[in-house]
Each structure stands twice: as structure tokens, then as C-alpha cells.
Ligand binder design. Structure first.
Ligand SMILES: [Zn+2]
Length: 471
């Protein structure tokens, strides 16, 4: 199957020109102007952008958490992602305490077998326990399986939080195996004390979710993780940075040239603390962690994206239904499962409020949502760019298409949307994964199973084009 995408404005992290892309057998075969080549299918991209498919390195599909399971499986979650222009996601394979790492991985392979993805999928391993099931020896073997990032939680005491010993030992292992360490950076011990006191004092409304997790507790943990990773010699990726307190230590480390990277998520750029403060218990829809911050932090986040202190925007899609999952324990904020949806609208929001409003260049938009993710997580240059030999994961983006974001029309199973009613201009027209059209004219045209598991390269290594790898 070959596809010729004609006359589009081809935009990568580095390039921006009008041309044609010839796709053959799943990969980009040729780039040029007015290519005269026969193809099974021709797509007219005149007036459209032709960009690398976006990669979301932060999703939680079919994950058991907070006493319930996120409401998107790998079919519905990847379908929703595809409609937003995302062609690969990397989900967190969480170790249930007591399980070995091979057992944890096996359970996630069963999930993508049972609910097959429509886009490509990779896994990070979520390290929660090195005492009863998980061993450093098993952890060290995972990069051979293409699982090349270790995620640890410095928060959620009594659930998935790890102590500094587990954190540091994992970092040391990563420095030997070439894995990237990812941290959820918040001081879980301090937050636990503050939460218990607030609840004992009768403060149970959703706004107290933010009041009990002050920005300093995120800043402290971010700095601790950065310093420890530096001592261990491991590269570090700080997920969902929400505030200036966490940006500052990342800026410090990057100025020193350390292998430190920071991610924020769409919601932190657009939703502020006041969303939690609504009549009834409705603010619980916005109980995700870190919490939405006071509005002034948003400008710091935009600036950090501009200054390359933060270099990825992900979604942290962790969907629970309202009210049946998020409102069920309406009496207290601290028993609401933490997490918010957003897998479909990352590019919509960043294109409209970032590119169109002059905060991001088109190249930077691609870099933040695709290229940098591919580079940090061992997918580049097979993914994250449009170049000869790379996978033909391509979005034909219509910069003039109008969309009103709504839970009525999004494709996730979740029944609310953090950006409900927001009108944006710019949306995908055609989405291809390895040369196969997945979404076209607002219809899913692929079957579950179109997506595959991707084995990723180690940090700093390249994932070569499939043709370049011996079979
Ligand atoms: Zn998360």
C-alpha cells in the first residue's frame, strides 16, 4: 500500500516547506516537490499542515487506582488519542505491589491483547515495590524488552509512593542499564500530614485538594529527585510540572547541563485552582495531581516551554466518570480517585492557544508534542519526524477547521471534558499510523489492532528505521 500526500506544508521540529510525501510499505519513502510517482492513494494536503504524528508519553489506560479503574481501555483510549492527532502513546505499566516486573508487564500485554489499540503503544514500568516482588535484577532486564523508562511516585503515601531508598536504587540501576527515570515529584509524607489535619478539621470540599498540596511540596520533591539522579548518574524526566516552584530547580539543572527534562500537561496551562471551587461536589472533576494551581503559574509554564526549561507537553490522561467514579464519595476530597481526562485535545488546545496566539512556533508545537518525546523515550528517528525511513505516522492538520470541544463529541469513554465548550480552530483531517489511514473525515476507519507494541531504544540511543534493522 502506497500513499502520496501532495502539496501540504510539511512541518517538523526543524523544517517548514511545501512539498509531497510518498509513503510506501508503512514508511516515508520519498520527500520532494511535485513528485511524479504512482500511488495506491493520493491525499490532497493543499492548505494543510503535514506534521509527524504526536506522541503522548503520559497516559493511564485501564489502570486500577484509588479503588476503581480508569474508564478507557486500550481501544477506546487510543481511539480518542487518534482523533486528536496522537499516533503513539506510552502508558504506565504499573507494578501491583507484590508482583514481579515480568508479571506486571505480562498483565499489560494481556490488556492490549484484550482491548487492542488503534495507534502504537509502548510501556514505562511503574516501580512501586522493591521489597516483596520487584527486584533490581528484573528491573535491569526490562530495557532488553524495549521498556526503557522507570517511573516512580514520590507521593500517594500508603499506595504507590516509594521511599528515597527505592528511588535512589532505581536511579543507580537506570544509570547502568540506560533507562530514563521518571518521577511524580511531590513530598508525599508532608502532604499526608497536611491532608489528615484538613480532613480532621472538617475541610472536605474539593478546593482542599489544592490547599493541602502546596507548590512548595512539588518544588522540594523535584529538587530532591534532580539532585539524587545527578548523584546516581541517571537521566531524569519530571512528569506533570505544574508550578514555578518545580520549574526553578529544573532550570538550574539544565543550566548546569545535567540530563534533566521537564514535562507539563495541557490542563496546567488552561485550568486553574478556581475550577475546584464549585457548588456541590462538582469541583471533584478537577481533582488530579498535582492540583490545578493559582492562575499566575500558567504564565511561568508558558515561559518555561518557550525557554526550553520544559520540553514536552503530555496529557496525563487518567479518566474517571463523573459522578459515578469521581463523585461517589462526595463527603471528602481525599477519597476521590485522582486523575483527569485529556488524551484527545492536547494538539487542539496547543495549536489554538499556543500557535495561533503566538506563544509557540509551529516547529516548537511539533517538538513539544512529538519530536522531543521521541528523542527522550527511545523512539527517534523512527518516530517524531517526517524523514526517509521513518514510520509514516503522519497527521494532515487543517489549520482552519473549527471545533467546539465537548464530552458530547469526544471519543473517550469519559463523560466530561476539562475544556468543555472551548472553541478552537485547527484539527486533524487525516491521521496515518505506519502508512495506514486511521482517522479520516472525523470517522475512525481502522480496526482495533492497527496499533502495535513498540520496543523502545535506551536513553540516548536511536531507534533505527525498520528497514535498517536486521529481521
Ligand atoms: Zn500520571
Amino acid at each position: 500500500m502506497s500513499v502520496l500526500i501532495k502539496g501540504g506544508r510539511i512541518v517538523t521540529a526543524a523544517d517548514d516547506y511545501v512539498g509531497d510525501v510518498f509513503v510506501d510499505n508503512g514508511t516515508v519513502a520519498m520527500l520532494g516537490q511535485s513528485l511524479d510517482v504512482a500511488a495506491d492513494r493520493t491525499i490532497d494536503a493543499t492548505g494543510k499542515y503535514v506534521i509527524p504524528g504526536a506522541i503522548d508519553p503520559h497516559t493511564h489506560l485501564e489502570m486500577f487506582f484509588g479503588g476503581t479503574t480508569t474508564c478507557d481501555d486500550f481501544t477506546s483510549g487510543t481511539t480518542s488519542a487518534a482523533f486528536g492527532g496522537t499516533t503513539t502513546l506510552i502508558d504506565f505499566c504499573m507494578q501491583t505491589p507484590g508482583d514481579t516486573f515480568p508479571q506486571a508487564l505480562e498483565k499489560y500485554f494481556e490488556k492490549i491483547e484484550r482491548a487492542k489499540p488503534v495507534i502504537d503503544v509502548g510501556f514505562h514500568i511503574g516501580v512501586t515495590d522493591l521489597h516483596t516482588g520487584g527486584t533490581l535484577e528484573d528491573l535491569a532486564k526490562l530495557p532488553d524488552e524495549g521498556v526503557t523508562s522507570y517511573k516512580l511516585f514520590m507521593a500517594y503515601k500508603g499506595a504507590v509512593m516509594v521511599d528515597d531508598e527505592t528511588l535512589f536504587k532505581t536511579m543507580q540501576t537506570a544509570s547502568e542499564t540506560g533507562a530514563l527515570v521518571m518521577v511524580h515529584a511531590e513530598n508525599g509524607d508532608a502532604i499526608d500530614i497536611i491532608v489528615k489535619k484538613a480532613v480532621a478539621d472538617g475541610h472536605t470540599e474539593p478546593i482542599w485538594h489544592a490547599r493541602t498540596r502546596p507548590p512548595e511540596t512539588e518544588g522540594e520533591a523535584t529538587n530532591r529527585a534532580i539532585q539524587l539522579a545527578h548523584v546516581a548518574g541517571a537521566p531524569l524526566y519530571v512528569v506533570h510540572v505544574s508550578c514555578k516552584d518545580s520549574i526553578d530547580p529544573i532550570a538550574y539543572a539544565r543550566e548546569k547541563g545535567w540530563n534533566t527534562y521537564g514535562e507539563t500537561c495541557t490542563q496546567y496551562l488552561f485550568v486553574d485552582e478556581s475550577a475546584l471551587d464549585q457548588p456541590g461536589f462538582e469541583g471533584a472533576k478537577y481533582i488530579y495531581t498535582p492540583p490545578p494551581r493559582p492562575k499566575e503559574h500558567q504564565e511561568h509554564l508558558w515561559h518555561a516551554l518557550h525557554a526550553d526549561v520544559l520540553s514536552v507537553v503530555s496529557t496525563d490522561h487518567c479518566p474517571f466518570k463523573w459522578p459515578e467514579q469521581k463523585g461517589i464519595n462526595g463527603e471528602a476530597f481525599n477519597v476521590v480517585p485522582n486523575g483527569g481526562p485529556g488524551i484527545e485535545n492536547r494538539l487542539h488546545m496547543l495549536h489554538h492557544f499556543g500557535v495561533r496566539e503566538g506563544r509557540l512556533t509551529l516547529n516548537r508545537f511539533v517538538e513539544l508534542t512529538s519530536t522531543n518525546v521521541a528523542k527522550y523515550f527511545g523512539l527517534y528517528p523512527r518516530k517524531g519526524t517526517i524523514a526517509p525511513g521513518s514510520d509514516a505516522d503522519i497527521v494532515v492538520w487543517d489549520p482552519e477547521k473549527r471545533l467546539t470541544i465537548s464530552a458530547q463529541t469526544h471519543h473517550s469513554n469519559v463523560n466530561y471534558n476539562l475544556f468543555e465548550g472551548t472553541e478552537v480552530v485547527g484539527a486533524p483531517d487525516v491521521v496515518l499510523v505506519r502508512g495506514q489511514v486511521i482517522v479520516e473525515s472525523d470517522e475512525l476507519v481502522a480496526q482495533p489492532g492497527a496499533g502495535q507494541f513498540v520496543k523502545r531504544a535506551r536513553f540516548g540511543e536511536e531507534l533505527l528505521a525498520r528497514e535498517a534493522v536486521p529481521a
